[in-house]
Design a protein around this ligand. Structure first.
Ligand SMILES: [Zn+2]
Length: 666
């Protein structure tokens, strides 16, 4: 999801007004594209679904049957199938989701008349009814465990058919309805993932927690949606057939391959604009689905969407599917905005304050589309390692935004104000070293959503940016190694350990010195110039020699030579030993740079200089490449006179101030 949402203040009046009653729409034309841009199975396809669902637009309910074809790709025998029933997280105030979100998700509260739930009425294998044997497990009803009547050995396939009814909630946490708009996500019983070292796999199917997102196996989805003929549907995959009925409904058949989720939107007022992205010489259709009054923003989302598909494809692996749909929810349904699903994302930030050049709407679109790589293709476990999709995606988003809009103005280029994406984020999140939890923490173990978000999004992204610029000055080698990681792990379930092993192999470097303190433990980087002073250089004074040869040298006898002896002590009060450039400027206008590489974990270093001119300024990290560093104000000092160091506002302080003013201005 996109954290930029927290910045967004909804000032547009509710949409939907003035649109009149829903009117019958012409039947949509089936898509001519195949589901995959280049045909051929890409993933193991271990969990495939056929779903036949009917949507009641008045009651916001779905009645459906679902057939899951699950293949045991693990090395262990499975004697049960656990299913996520995410919608039950919205059932009442006692669910883990509601308790862990303190009744609000990103500031959105549940509505008294808008609880959501899902009820599985029937579960059959081989025609045998098994519903009575399935039990809820955990603190609420978000996980249903089905004992298998016959255990599934490695390689065996199980076909299970479930009948269910879903009541969508008033929109909260990515899913539900508001007015005539409905976003349908996490809406069907979804099997967990058998994961772990080969031969020791275990089910991963945790109860739904406010900070946890999702994890599932790849498969093929064939989903038939029977909906009112007044409504437009946007969904994962491609539309393969449309069947009209004589009760003012029609059935839309969708097909998706090598995806691990299926989501859809339904709305009677939405329109579609589209454009074509070029991916490795083949077209990808990018669509934006929007309400008419959001047309100007839709154009911005479309331009960002095409750029995102093309740029992520070049930086990592080519987008494998043929369509990308960006749903732009009406402002009153903002809780549905900023969420990723395979081949379909929701965007946000259509706000009058987001003038052209204030690129929050573009960023949300880039971020959500980026998730089609970081989680859509590289299907990591979001509840166990949220940073591996959110934070890695944020790091990649910065590259994409820079490629699309220019590095210095990747976030803002408005009225003379310019701001760079990751630096702006850093200004909003100033104390990463003080976070209570390590980046590599399970989502449910963070003390609150603020700590979760700062570690998972910002700290991860700036840690990777910092590491990239330690590897080489412009980060290009690191970016190339990330591309290799994407190529190696696409359509699989990489872990954080897999990511760093892949990077180490490609780079030919041990990264443990950084990965351990930066990802596995709390703490940060906090450079400071501890001491910086100079003394006039002169021959030694005092008493020298013995007996008749004894003499005393005093100042008159040993005048200053005109040179200076200067001493600078640099320290890192944090826990992550990032090599850093130090620049020393002299009063005669010359300067020199050197590197303090303290990967041996020394906390400070003294440097001595003898020069003809005294030190005028000491700057740690003059290029500002160590984005992980907290408290930048003591990283840059000027020395007034010969001996006195003075902390002074310098160019970097001006930068941070401007960034913060921009944030406040937002
Ligand atoms: Zn995200």
């Amino acid at each position: 999801m996109a954290r930029a949402l927290v910045l967004v203040v909804c000032v547009l009046a509710a949409c939907g007004d003035g649109l009149g009653p829903p009117r019958v729409r012409p039947a949509p034309t089936p898509d001519t594209q195949a589901a995959l841009r280049v045909p051929g199975a890409r993933s193991p396809r271990a969990a495939s679904y056929r779903i036949d669902a009917r949507y009641d637009a008045a009651a916001h309910t779905i009645t459906a049957t679902e057939t899951l074809t699950w293949r045991n790709d693990s090395g262990v025998t499975a004697d049960e199938l656990p299913f996520h029933l995410y919608l039950n997280g919205f059932k009442n105030e006692t669910t883990l989701f509601m308790r862990s979100s303190h009744g609000a998700h990103r500031g959105n509260h549940p509505h008294a008349d808008g609880w959501g739930w899902i009820e599985v009425g029937s579960i059959k294998i081989g025609g045998q009814e098994l519903r009575a044997t399935a039990t809820y497990q955990g603190p609420d009803e978000t996980v249903l465990r089905l004992p298998l009547p016959a255990a599934a050995a490695p390689g065996a396939t199980v076909e299970v058919t479930l009948a269910f009814t879903a009541q969508l909630p008033r929109v909260m946490a990515r899913t539900g309805y508001e007015g005539a708009f409905t976003m349908v996500g996490q809406w069907f019983p979804k099997v967990g993932v058998l994961t772990g070292p080969r031969g020791f796999e275990r089910w991963d199917c945790p109860p739904f927690h406010a900070n946890s997102e999702f994890f599932a196996d790849f498969g093929v989805y064939d989903v038939a949606l029977t909906v009112p003929d007044t409504h437009l549907v946007a969904a994962t995959g491609v539309l393969t057939a449309v069947e009209p009925h004589d009760d003012h409904t029609r059935t839309l058949r969708y097909h998706a391959e090598d995806v691990h989720d299926f989501a859809w939107m339904i709305d009677p007022y939405m329109q579609v604009m589209s454009a074509t992205a070029d991916v490795a010489g083949t077209p990808v259709e990018v669509r934006v689905v929007y309400r008419p009054r959001q047309r100007a923003f839709a154009r911005r989302h479309l331009q960002a969407g095409v750029g995102a598909i093309e740029t992520f494809s070049k930086l990592f692996v080519p987008y494998p599917w043929s369509i990308m749909t960006v749903v732009d929810p009406p402002p009153e349904a903002m809780a549905a905005g900023g969420m990723e699903y395979p081949t379909l994302v929701t965007t946000a930030a259509d706000n009058v304050l987001m003038r052209p050049g204030v690129r929050v709407p573009e960023f949300v679109t880039v971020h959500e589309i980026g998730h089609n790589w970081f989680q859509g293709l590289l299907a990591s476990n979001e509840s166990r390692e949220a940073w591996l999709d959110e934070g890695v995606n944020e790091w990649a988003d910065a590259l994409v935004m820079a490629a699309l809009y220019g590095e210095k103005q990747s976030a803002i280029d408005w009225n003379g104000w310019k701001a760079e994406d990751l630096r702006l984020r850093r200004a909003i999140d100033p104390d990463l070293g003080g976070l209570p939890s390590a980046i590599a923490s399970t989502a449910a173990t963070f003390p609150d959503s603020g700590a979760y978000a700062s570690a998972t999004y910002t700290k991860t992204a700036v840690a990777l940016h910092t590491l990239a610029h330690v590897i080489d000055q412009d980060g290009a080698r690191f970016a190339a190694a990330m591309k290799r990681y994407a190529e190696t792990w696409a359509f699989k379930h990489p872990t954080g350990a897999d990511l760093f092993a892949s990077l180490e192999e490609t780079l030919g470097e041990d990264l443990d010195w950084f990965v351990q303190p930066a990802f596995q433990h709390p703490g940060g980087v906090d450079f400071a110039v501890r001491t910086a002073d100079c003394q006039r250089n002169h021959p030694p004074r005092g008493v020298f020699g013995e007996g008749s040869a004894r003499r005393t040298e005093v100042a008159d006898h040993s005048p200053a030579t005109g040179g200076y002896l200067c001493r600078v002590v640099i320290e890192n009060r944090g826990t992550i030993p990032v090599p850093v450039t130090i620049e020393v400027g002299y009063r005669d206008g010359t300067h020199e740079r050197f590197t303090w590489d303290h990967r041996d974990a020394s906390r400070w270093q003294e440097f001595e200089f003898a020069r003809s001119s005294p030190i005028a300024r000491v700057t740690i990290d003059p290029e500002g490449l160590v984005l992980l560093a907290d408290h930048p104000l003591d990283d840059d000092i000027r020395i007034d006179g010969d001996r006195h160091a003075a902390w002074r506002a310098t160019a970097r302080l001006t930068f941070w101030t401007q960034s913060l003013m921009q944030v406040v201005g937002l």
